[in-house]
Design a protein around this ligand. Structure first.
Ligand code: PSU
Ligand code: MN
Length: 308
C-alpha cells in the first residue's frame, strides 16, 4: 500500500498545500485527554477558528477507525472530543492502531510524524512532553523528544509542561539536536508560567525570523530535526507561580501514591492542577495554546510567502 492510501489528508488541507497556502497542524491529545469535557470541544473548534482568522488552514490530526487523518471535519472533531474510547496515540502506536482499526487522539510525536509526512511545516500545541521529574526511578521521558529529533517541523509551544523536569528536558533537546528559539524572550517559557527561569540561546522577534530560520535549515541541508518555537503565555494570563508550585507538589505526591505510570501521568497531573487551582491552571493552559495557535498561523503565512 502506498503512504497516501494509508494516511488521509483532507481535501481542504491538500489543496492548500498544493497551492502553497499556509497550513497549521494541530494535535488532538490535548483535546481528548488534556482538557475536561465538554469544554474540550469548544476549545478544539476555537483553535481551528483562530488558525482560520490568521489566514491559514487548520489540520487537526487524529486516527479514526484505523485511518490516520490530517485535517478533520466537524463531526470528526466532535468524535475526538466526546468519545471516551478514543485512545492516546504516540507515534509508536500508529501502526497497531491502523492495523487493528482503533481510534485515538495523537500526541505531539504522532501529530508531528503525520503532519510532516503530509508536507506541513508548522504545528501548534500547548506544551511539549519531556523528561519527567522522577526520571531516575521510572525513566519516563516523553516520546515527543526523540521523534522531534528526526522530524523537520516547527513546533510552536509554551515550552514543555511545567510538571516535567525542565532543565533535564532542555538538556535532552540539546543532545538530540532539536533547535530551540525563544519567541520575544531570552527565557524558556514555563507552560502555565511565562518563564521557567531557564535561559534559551536564541531569541526571535517576528514570524518572518522564524520562517528565515526554517529556510536556513533547509539551505544548510539539515539538521532534519524540529525547531521548537517557545512562545510564553503573557504574564497577566499566567498561573500564580506560588500556587503552581504548591499544587504541583501535591499532584506529584498523589501520582506517586496512586502508582500512576506511563501514558496516564501527564493527563492525571494536568487534571489534578485544574481541579486544585479552581480552574486557574486550565485558563493559563488555554491562554498559552491560543497564543501558540495565533503565532503558528502567522509563521505559516511567512513560510508560505517565501515558498512562492
Ligand atoms: N499540551 C497541552 N496539553 C496536553 C498536551 C500538550 O497543553 O495534553 C499533550 C501532547 O499531546 C503531548 C502529550 O504530546 O501531552 C505528552 O504526553 P506524554 O508525557 O505521555 O508523552
Ligand atoms: Mn510518558
Amino acid at each position: 500500500m502506498s503512504e497516501t492510501s494509508v494516511v488521509v489528508v483532507s481535501e481542504e488541507v491538500r489543496e492548500a498545500l498544493a497551492a502553497r497556502r499556509p497550513v497549521v497542524a494541530l494535535e488532538s491529545t490535548i483535546i481528548a485527554h488534556g482538557l475536561p469535557r465538554p469544554r474540550n470541544l469548544a476549545v478544539a473548534e476555537e483553535l481551528e477558528a483562530l488558525v482560520r482568522a490568521g489566514g491559514a488552514v487548520p489540520a487537526t490530526v487524529a486516527v479514526l477507525d484505523g485511518v490516520p487523518r490530517v485535517g478533520l471535519d466537524k463531526a470528526q472533531v466532535e468524535r475526538v472530543a466526546a468519545d471516551p474510547s478514543v485512545r492516546k496515540l504516540g507515534h509508536r502506536d500508529l501502526a497497531p492502531a491502523a492495523a487493528l482499526g482503533a481510534s485515538g487522539a495523537t500526541t505531539v510525536s504522532a501529530t508531528a510524524f503525520l503532519a510532516a509526512r503530509a508536507g506541513i511545516r508548522v504545528f501548534a500545541t500547548g506544551g511539549l512532553g519531556g523528561v519527567h521529574r522522577e526520571w531516575a526511578q521510572a525513566q519516563d521521558e516523553s516520546a515527543d523528544l526523540r521523534l522531534l529529533a528526526e522530524t523537520r517541523i516547527a513546533v510552536v509551544c509554551a515550552g514543555v509542561k511545567s510538571i516535567l523536569d525542565v532543565p533535564a528536558t532542555l538538556q535532552r533537546l540539546e543532545t538530540l539536536g532539536v533547535g530551540v528559539v525563544g519567541y520575544g524572550t531570552d527565557r524558556f517559557p514555563g507552560f502555565y508560567l511565562s518563564s521557567s527561569g531557564e535561559p534559551v540561546d536564541w531569541t526571535v522577534r517576528s514570524p518572518e525570523e522564524v520562517a528565515a530560520v526554517l529556510r536556513a535549515q533547509d539551505a544548510l541541508g539539515g539538521p532534519a530535526a524540529a525547531l521548537v518555537v517557545a512562545n510564553p503565555v503573557p504574564e497577566r494570563e499566567q498561573l500564580d507561580p506560588a500556587l503552581h508550585d504548591r499544587v504541583l507538589a501535591e499532584g506529584l505526591a498523589e501520582c506517586g501514591e496512586r502508582g500512576i505510570a506511563g501514558q496516564g501521568v501527564t493527563p492525571f497531573l494536568l487534571d489534578f492542577l485544574a481541579r486544585h487551582t479552581d480552574g486557574a491552571s486550565l485558563e493559563a493552559n488555554l491562554a498559552a495554546v491560543r497564543g501558540n495557535v495565533r503565532l503558528a498561523a502567522r509563521i505559516a503565512a511567512a513560510w508560505a510567502a517565501g515558498a512562492l
